[in-house]
Design a protein around this ligand. Structure first.
Ligand code: SAM
Length: 207
């Protein structure tokens, strides 16, 4: 599927997305928000980018948590998915620490080394080039910053798009990312955690 078709499909079913996914609030807190907040500590005001945010799953989870004092840029290419995120932001009692941005994940409109953490959940295999998207995420991460992404376990329906664990590790290592861990998360996805090297070839000598 090409980029336009993927985005058109998400535009089409944006209003039903949350109902179909039916995220479990307890699991979201325990297996997503908590580990991310732990990995961000001791930073109290991190700047986070959520790529392919959809209806704002992760930003809304963090914004509702008293331990998160930072700001989140929530980026997606689908206007209708973002409209759902906006609707929830207006109706749910969360702090105003989320900015919604309609943009393509393949060309992130941010300078190098901008973010303390970059996340991209359940989306990599829908992007035109998962490796290219990872490179963009690594580019905008600050040295020492955290990447949390996901790896689809059953890739039968996405041949050539979903990276295997070996491919994921190789791609991240080539991007100067270390501390790579892959953890079983849910039926369809594993979580992939990595940290950008504190000093990289690209930022050596930069003060
Ligand atoms: C399965 S949803 C995941 C949404 C969210 N991360 C979550 O976990 O609920 C995939 C998202 O990727 C977005 N997407 C697909 N292609 C994209 C692209 N090229 N640039 C930015 N977002 C894209 C879709 O619009 C959709 O919101």
């Amino acid at each position: 599927m090409g980029r336009r078709v993927v985005i058109a499909l998400y535009d089409l079913y944006a209003r039903r997305y949350d109902r179909i996914k039916a995220f479990d609030a307890y699991a979201e807190q325990a297996l997503l928000a908590q580990p991310l907040l732990d990995s961000l500590a001791p930073q109290t005001e991190p700047l986070l980018l959520d790529v392919a945010t959809g209806t704002g799953r992760l930003p809304l989870l963090l914004a509702a948590d008293a331990r998160f004092g930072g700001h989140i840029i929530a980026l997606d290419a689908s206007a209708n998915m973002l409209a759902q995120a906006r609707r929830k932001l207006q109706t749910q009692p969360v702090r105003r620490c989320i900015s919604l941005v309609q943009q393509d994940a393949m060309r992130l409109p941010f300078p190098d080394r901008s973010f303390d953490a970059v996340t991209c959940l359940e989306a990599l295999e829908f992007l035109p080039s998962p490796r290219g998207a990872l490179a963009e995420m690594a580019r905008v991460l600050s040295p020492g910053g955290i990447l949390l992404t996901t790896m689809r376990i059953d890739s039968r329906w996405l041949p050539g798009r979903a990276l295997s664990e070996a491919q994921m590790r190789a791609a991240l290592t080539a991007l100067d990312m270390g501390d790579i861990t892959v953890e079983i998360w849910q039926e369809d996805y594993s979580q992939v955690w990595a940290r950008k090297a504190a000093t990289t070839a690209a930022n050596a000598g930069v003060r």
